[in-house]
Design a protein around this ligand. Structure first.
Ligand SMILES: Cc1ncc(COP(=O)(O)O)c(C=O)c1O
Length: 512
């Protein structure tokens, strides 16, 4: 029996159920229908496609037997959460104790400029499209503050920024274990300015700064432009910088400052356990070496409780805590801050001689938003969103990249650090991808010594779309071709690669 108008005689039921099976499989594989989502009801599909209920049922039974959908009592059919094994994680980055002058700034600028093109699918840059931020609410606060200050010259009430934003920052600092008063905080124009001021306050050209390896390329640019040297420390993808390596480096090198992103480091996603933060602060305090702590991603923990900052263990004022709301609230307002501890007077002078004081209207707008609630609820949503996007991107890498690819498993933040087979040069991937209007961040720009040749960083901060799925497929194909070429080239060891199970995709346990 058929619903609706009869089908032409030539179209047989076997063909129809296979067609439905294949179409739905495709929708599930491409992520159009996602795990946990309901598939169209048997009745609806039968009416819509003008096929019998039993044909739809047959297709659904096949999909069920393949593990793609599941029946829930009195509720219908749903896409099943796929059982898949995430790829292995990269290992601790190698030890290599030599400080170096930097020469990566030009390459970084070129890649940042390439990334500006509006037609690109940006899989590398961490600036998100703001769709998951409370932008309309912030703009309302901005308009309200502008109206309130209509006859006011909009000058800050202090050289350290508006009291309103510094009070809100001090209140929020409690969440990371810090007891700060508003007078200990200087508002800046983003974390980049905070780190810049801090580096200038505690070093002079030629000094050596210890950093994590890999580290955010903007930090490398700052070190380079200030004429400093960098010493890259081995860093574990989960537990962060090696304190043993740091101790060794402190004994053998004249390190003038440490500059670390301890919570959800970009690009590794690593997080130094809180007890190690206490040890780190102690270690540096004993030698009177300042720690510049960049906590830009601390609020973006996937767990309910965010990790502490090293600053929260600081009793001697040796930690300069740098942060901004650019990742957690809005990258356009560019409100950041630094709590410089005992270097406050120095930072105030440098700030005064560069930008004097940061623009007050964005600070007032953010302070208004923070004071009126909503930030905590927004953070909860944002953390969930980033956790889901990281999961989706990991799934895509698992599905589409060569089987020996390794990926980090961050517990916060918005990026993945991907280790490709050793013979793949991520600059070559970058060049080929950009031809196809896909931008990635190649591994070399995260190292003072241009290490990480076969690594790349992926941004997971934007909602998953068909365009991103398509771009990931193309990227997977480019990497796959380079992998194939490399494997057939001289000197390749077959044992280096694991082989997928017959009939299975690279790492999914279920056949596809
Ligand atoms: C570790 C780190 N620090 C600083 C920045 C830049 O921060 P802001 O936009 O607040 O200047 C970024 C941006 O990606 C980052 O990842």
């Amino acid at each position: 029996m058929r619903n609706g108008a009869p089908l032409p005689e030539a179209v047989d039921e076997v063909h129809l159920y296979e067609q439905v099976t294949s179409e739905l499989s495709k929708l599930i594989e491409t992520g159009t229908l996602r795990p946990g989502e309901r598939v169209p009801s048997v009745r609806k599909l039968s009416v819509r496609r003008r096929i019998s209920l039993s044909t739809v049922m047959q297709a659904y039974r096949v999909l069920e037997s393949r593990g793609l959908i599941e029946a829930r009592p009195r509720s219908g059919y749903y896409v099943r959460a796929r059982r898949w094994t995430p790829p292995p994680e990269p290992e601790m980055t190698p030890t290599d104790f030599g400080s170096t002058k930097l020469n990566v700034g030009e390459l970084i600028m070129q890649i940042c400029k390439d990334n500006q093109h509006p037609s690109l699918v940006r899989l590398g840059a961490t600036c998100t499209n703001n769709s998951h931020h409370p932008t309309p609410e912030l703009h309302r606060s901005l308009a309200a503050m502008a109206r309130r200050c209509v006859r006011d010259p909009l000058k800050s009430d202090s050289l350290s920024g508006t009291a309103a934003i510094r009070t809100q920052i001090a209140r929020r600092a409690l969440d990371s274990g810090c007891v700060l008063s508003p007078s200990e905080i200087i508002a800046t124009t983003g974390a980049t300015e905070s780190v810049h001021l801090s580096l200038r306050a505690v070093t002079k050209p030629g000094d050596t700064v210890a950093i994590e390896s890999p580290t955010y390329f903007g930090i490398l640019q700052l070190i380079e432009t200030l004429g400093l040297r960098a010493l890259e420390l081995p860093t574990h993808p989960r537990d962060g910088v090696s304190l043993e390596a740091l101790e060794y480096a402190l004994e053998h090198h004249d390190i003038k400052a440490c500059l670390f992103v301890l919570n959800f480091n970009n690009p590794l996603g690593s997080c130094l356990p809180d007890e190690n933060k206490a040890r780190l602060v102690e270690l540096l305090a004993a030698r009177e070496i300042p720690l510049i702590e960049n906590d830009l991603y601390g609020d973006l923990a996937f767990d309910a409780v965010r990790p502490r900052t090293a600053k929260s263990f600081d009793r001697q004022g040796g930690v300069l805590l740098c942060d901004s709301f650019n990742k957690s609230l809005s990258c356009g307002y560019r409100v950041g801050w630094v709590a410089p501890g005992r270097f406050q007077a120095r930072i105030e002078t440098i700030k005064f001689t560069t930008t004097e004081v940061s623009a007050s209207l964005p600070q007032l707008a953010l302070a208004d938003f923070l004071a009126n609630g909503g930030y905590d609820a927004h953070l909860r949503r944002l953390r969930r969103f980033f956790a889901e996007q990281v999961q989706r991107m990991t799934e895509a890498v698992t599905r589409l990249f060569p089987v020996s690819t390794k990926v980090t498993r961050p517990r916060g933040g918005q990026v993945l650090w991907v280790e490709l087979p050793a013979h793949i040069d991520s600059m070559e991937v970058y060049r080929q991808a950009i031809q196809e209007r896909i931008a990635i961040a190649p591994g070399q720009i995260f190292s003072a010594k241009r290490k990480f040749r076969n690594y790349l960083r992926l941004n997971c901060g934007n909602p998953w779309t068909a365009e991103i799925e398509q771009a990931m497929k193309r990227l997977g194909a480019i990497i796959g071709e380079l992998d194939e070429r490399g494997r057939n080239g001289p000197g390749f060891r077959t044992s280096a690669l694991a082989q997928p199970k017959p009939g299975c995709s690279a790492r999914f346990n279920v056949p596809i």
